[in-house]
Write a protein that binds this ligand. Structure first.
Ligand code: SF4
Ligand code: SF4
Length: 427
């Protein structure tokens, strides 16, 4: 993760933020509990690719200021940052913060490459990203994509994974306001960097369901990426600027809730107050009103609202950002309980990361594919019809990872709820 497309932070931004809890060697009891939940240890069966050894390397790097050899560095970089180990560690070590700090130090010597520079600029400047989308669409639809794949130019450019995952983008922005006649309240959608153009299906479904349960929906146009990629890859000051911009963009509206549809973004949004460290009423108000879409809909579900029946096998993949960080998945299951006749259960080994891991699926495609294959194996044995997941990164990765199982539809839970509302209305 640290070598996100090989960049060099070239700064010491993290040294200016407050220090996280750093484990002493004696804090690790070497109990090995973390090994049982670590996806990279499961794949490699190598202690060097497990949390216990990584903590040791982090301690040497951050506390003893030792240089790490290439092997130790590679083993740290192969961490998917799923935070499963943090979830079970009896010493309660804060892995996520340790990794954020280590990321900056580890990347100091690496020169930034053009691809990485471009990725950071595009995520930071949504307008520039959106301005390029007609060219992406032209590339996808004109035969250029076929040619680039045939000549292996996408491999040469290092864009094979991104090219395979990119859906056809929507060129028009969402409206700013989706009103209802007699609103119970007003909410706004956080759409992040790419989902308003690449995951319109989920956002339309969210707006439809929110309107249906009685809420006016706003989509602030000035909002930007949540800042997670910058923050977790050694650029905390840039990330903080983006976070501030989001707080300001949502602050322009009078809202009862700020709703996110991707748990990966949500886990970062919930950290704004701690990261921005200012006791600003606007930041506190932003943080207090944050809520994940399935949790909000489950809490405000009207007693008389019925869904169409759905005699299907539905399996739920809990993203790490939900399972290990937000821990709100019980609301998702409460919402799904409104679906009559469905066979709903969590996917086997939900504690295990699917390999998406933010940019991990791009930087470590082999590990990412092996982890996704474990999920598909379980789905195949189960003969499931739907795989639901509340994070766009997991959905893109899992859909792309194993195209042989076309019969299994991968979608956001709110997408299924919206479809069943439509079916109930049509009946
Ligand atoms: S964050 Fe995940 S991949 Fe990294 S050491 Fe912990 S369990 Fe393993
Ligand atoms: S769970 Fe925590 S205390 Fe136990 S071996 Fe892993 S890092 Fe050490």
């Amino acid at each position: 993760m640290f070598d996100f497309m090989g960049f060099d932070s070239g700064s010491s931004e993290f040294h200016q933020t407050s220090s996280p809890y750093l484990p002493e060697a004696t804090d690790c009891m070497r109990c090995g509990v973390c090994l049982s939940v670590c996806p990279t240890f499961k794949l490699s069966n190598d202690e060097k690719q497990g949390p216990r050894q990584r903590v040791n390397s982090l301690r040497r790097l951050l506390q003893q200021h030792q240089e790490l050899d290439d092997d130790a560095r590679r083993n740290l970089e192969s961490c998917v940052q799923c935070r499963a180990c943090e979830n079970v560690c009896p010493s309660k070590m804060d892995y996520a913060k340790l990794f954020d700090r280590a990321g900056e130090q580890l990347n100091k010597e690496k020169p930034i490459n053009l691809r990485a520079r471009l990725a950071f600029v595009l995520l930071e400047h949504k307008r520039v990203l959106n301005a390029l989308l007609p060219f992406v669409k032209l590339y996808q639809q004109s035969g250029l994509r076929w040619l680039f794949r045939k000549l292996k130019l996408v491999d040469w450019l290092g864009l094979k994974q991104a090219d395979a995952m990119a859906a056809s983008p929507c060129l028009n922005p969402l409206h700013t306001h989706y009103p209802v006649l007699h609103p119970k309240g007003s909410v706004a959608l956080f759409t992040g960097c790419i989902s308003d153009r690449f995951d319109r299906e989920t956002l339309h479904a969210s707006i439809q369901v929110l309107n249906r349960i009685g809420f006016d929906v706003f989509v602030p146009q000035r909002q930007v990426c949540c800042g997670a990629i910058h923050y977790h890859n050694g650029r905390p000051q840039t990330a903080q600027t983006m976070m501030r911009q989001n707080v300001d963009a949502f602050g322009e509206f009078s809202l009862d809730a700020i709703i996110y549809c991707a748990t990966g973004c949500g886990s970062q949004l919930h950290d704004y107050q701690e990261i921005l460290t200012e006791s600003d009423s606007q930041i506190i108000s932003f943080s207090d009103r944050l809520i994940e879409i399935t949790e909000f809909v489950a809490k405000y579900w009207p007693d008389d609202l019925k869904l169409s029946f759905c005699p299907n096998k539905i399996r739920v993949h809990e993203p790490c950002s939900q399972h290990n960080v937000l821990k709100n998945q019980q609301w998702l299951y409460r919402l799904l309980a409104h679906i009559a006749d469905a066979d709903i259960s969590e996917l086997d080994d939900n504690h295990l990361c699917c390999g998406a891991g933010g940019s991990y699926m791009l930087t470590h495609p082999d590990n990412a594919a092996a982890l996704a294959a474990l999920k598909w194996q379980s789905l195949e044995e189960d003969k499931a019809d739907y795989l639901l997941t509340a994070n766009i990164g997991c959905a893109l990765h899992l859909s792309n990872a194993y195209s042989a199982l076309k019969d299994v539809k991968v979608l956001h839970p709110i997408g299924l709820i919206a479809a069943l509302l439509d079916r109930a209305d049509a009946a």
